[in-house]
Design a binder for this molecule. Structure first.
Ligand code: GCV
Length: 689
């Protein structure tokens, strides 16, 4: 059992290895390190050295003797003469800027171990990969040759933090960035957050909520830019570019103009001047994230302009400085009349943006949520992704568990994200997967990749639920390399967090891998979605959104449930996919069960591919979800001696809370559908009539 742990160190090295043989095997390499780099006090090279030396000291207690020479980014372990003597091809392999090479050959006539980077940032990635190797392998490899470059060019984290210190959809305390409308400059947490993000390869961060209120509108003003610069410098020393969410109506809100019309010459000049001012203060500033004409936020529609006009206004202002505009596509009618069956929120992003393909500047990137609705437990993929060959795109995920248990219930989202990244859109023929599109391998995107809403706050363990850390870790790892399996990511995170070969780590890995399907099995059935308490989005409320203005309906009646989105009789949404996918979703027979109710209104007696009727599936899976959590709790209790008491208790309490939540879902959902359908459970379990 380890010492009591708050979980603050997360997956980074935090404890000395107890196995002395393991330490001794590394000693010859750890005792002396030669660094080749142009050492700048605050650069990524300095961070790489700090992380490497600190990590080695923590894990082994050895303090390496360090010599620093100027040269290309390289770290040589052990014999300092290796660089002269080692095989000559060692330093000849070309590395992309963010790439690294880890090489160990202790069987060679000149034994060597080294880390090379395509740049100082690449070296930093190499150091974190090396620390990960130390944490996930029991014995020192005698031979290793690993060259890695990130798959997605953009790997971004979006904070939804407000300057009053709150976090929109935050489930782990308050903001680590702000309090009382001030930036928390001296916070060690921000520096440690930069370390955590860099350790999984994140290279961009937007530090404020996309809903930009009065206080955050001022982040781009002379008063606050010096503070923003300090944060930007800090993240930049970890290879992470800093972005700000801006208020589209900033010229008006800051009382400098009376319009924000993108075609108005004064507005254009205002943004050009603003960009100049920002870049004078922060030369390596990344650019803007924009939520416009979405959920009552201002935007170009007010002036009869479209999204391309709006985005290009900002893009033109940022272009001279190399800045980017992330323009979000989460645009739909949020004042819908539930009586109106012709409007389908799922169609909205595609209908708004697809016709604008080719009209956006090169430094505009459309940010598209993974699904057409809003981060539900399961949704089909957004048909807009990949459907605009002339327009840069990133896919947006939500690490914060808004609809997936709010970091009170465990729900490891990596398996869910993989279904999107692996999805074959067929948009340019077979094999047009999302991960290829997001890597810029299909269309000649200048910029592409993945972004995600963060799940951290100022709770001791960062994420509320300890196990929710695995989602932050997993997003970064998947953004770097989408070929990694969900199992391997879960296994790595569990080993780094609970200790290699610890039985608790092995159990946590299994639990994480089951958790999305467990969550899905007690929440809204078969991707119908939205059966949650309005606004709050945790607990069950089946009709909470049924008669609302948000376009989020399940249409349950006495005969069946689900939304008809087919071409012949429904909203026609299926027609937004390439033919291969359209035909599958459009057909009641071929549509996969897990997304059935998203696409079809189905009678309760419909036979699913599993052979069960829909109503029996609804009952069975609700009961199964509860039973699986009961088993987790039993198993976790048996591991009490393997985990430090504070984390053991914390996880136990959270699992017990999850059990209560799942029981409530089970009983409410089962009762609701029993009352609607009048069809009893085949197994005669307690369903409240
Ligand atoms: C930041 C959903 C969330 C909102 C969020 C919005 C968005 O509607 O509930 O909190 O606002 O998505 O992604 O912009």
């Amino acid at each position: 059992m380890t010492q009591s742990s708050t979980g603050y160190a997360a997956w980074l090295p935090s404890e000395r290895w107890s196995d002395e043989a393991r330490i001794e095997s590394w000693r010859p390499l750890f005792e002396q390190i030669e660094a080749h780099m142009i050492l700048r006090h605050e650069g990524a090279g300095a961070s790489a050295l700090r992380e490497l030396i600190g990590g080695i000291q923590t894990l082994s207690g050895i303090s390496p003797r360090l010599t620093v020479k100027s040269g290309t980014p390289l770290l040589i372990f052990g014999d300092a003469q290796v660089s002269q003597k080692a095989p000559s091809d060692l330093q000849e392999i070309e590395l992309a800027e963010e790439a690294y090479a880890l090489q160990i050959d202790l069987e060679n006539s000149i034994p060597y171990a080294l880390i090379r980077g395509g740049s100082d940032v690449g070296l930093l990635h190499g150091v974190f990969a090396f620390l990960r190797l130390l944490g996930t392998q029991q014995s020192r490899p005698d031979k290793l040759h690993e060259i890695e470059a990130p798959h997605h060019p953009i790997r971004m984290i979006d904070q939804w933090d407000n300057m009053d210190g709150s976090v929109e959809r935050g489930y782990s305390g308050n903001s680590i960035f702000y309090r009382d409308n001030r930036i928390l400059l001296e916070s060690q947490r921000i520096a440690d957050y930069a370390r955590l993000l860099a350790s999984v390869g994140i290279n961009a961060i937007s530090i404020n909520n996309v809903n930009v209120h009065a206080a955050e509108t001022k982040l781009i003003t002379a008063d606050l830019l010096p503070d923003v610069k300090r944060l930007s410098d800090l993240f930049s020393s970890y290879g992470i570019k800093l972005f700000l969410s801006i208020n589209y109506a900033a010229p008006i809100e800051l009382r400098e103009l009376d319009t924000a019309d993108p075609l108005d010459a004064d507005v254009q000049q205002w943004w050009r001047d603003k960009a100049q001012e920002i870049y004078a203060a922060i030369p390596d500033f990344g650019g803007f994230v924009v939520k416009a004409d979405s959920e009552n936020r201002p935007g170009p529609f007010t002036y009869g302009r479209d999204h391309a006009d709006g985005a290009n206004l900002l893009a033109d202002a940022l272009a001279p400085f190399g800045g980017l505009v992330f323009w979000r596509c989460f645009v739909y009618d949020c004042h819908q009349d539930w009586r109106d069956r012709s409007t389908d929120r799922a169609r909205a992003a595609y209908d708004h943006f697809k016709p604008l393909d080719g009209k956006f500047r090169d430094n505009v990137i459309l940010q598209i949520k993974n699904g057409p609705m809003d981060f539900q437990v399961r949704e089909p993929i957004s048909p807009l992704f990949g459907a605009m060959p002339l327009t840069n795109q990133v896919m947006e995920f939500q690490i914060a568990q808004e609809y997936t248990g709010q970091q009170r219930d465990v729900c490891f989202l990596v398996p869910q994200w993989k279904t999107y990244l692996d999805f074959d859109t067929h948009l340019t023929g077979e094999g047009t997967t999302v991960k290829k599109i997001a890597a810029g391998q299909i269309h000649p995107f200048a910029q592409s990749g993945v972004a995600a809403v963060s799940n951290i706050g100022d709770d001791d363990n960062w994420t509320g639920h300890h196990l929710a850390q695995a989602n932050l870790y997993g997003f970064g790892r998947l953004a770097w390399n989408p070929e990694l399996s969900a199992e391997s990511i879960a296994a790595q995170w569990s080993a780094l967090t609970f200790g290699l070969l610890n039985p608790a780590a092995l159990f946590v890995e299994k639990l994480l891998m089951e958790s999305w399907s467990v969550y899905e099995s007690y929440a809204a059935p078969l991707s119908v979605g939205w059966m949650v308490q309005p606004h709050y989005h945790y607990a069950v409320d089946i009709d909470g959104y049924e008669y609302s203005k948000w376009g989020t309906y399940h249409f349950a009646d006495r005969d069946g449930v689900g939304i008809d989105r087919t071409i012949a009789t429904g909203t026609g949404y299926t027609g937004q996919y390439a033919a291969e996918n359209r035909d599958v979703y459009d057909s009641l027979e071929n549509c996969p069960d897990e997304v059935l109710l998203f696409f079809h209104h189905v009678p309760y007696t419909h036979i699913l591919k599993s052979g069960k009727t829909l109503i029996q599936h609804i009952y069975d899976s609700r009961f199964e979800g509860v039973a699986r959590i009961e088993r987790w709790i039993e198993q976790w209790k048996s591991l009490a001696s393997e985990v430090d008491p504070s984390r053991f208790e914390h996880i136990l309490r959270r699992l017990e809370g999850q059990l209560d939540n799942a029981k409530q879902w089970r009983d409410v959902v089962s009762t609701y559908f029993y009352r609607k359908s009048g069809i009893a459970d085949e197994h005669g379990r307690t369903i409240y009539g």
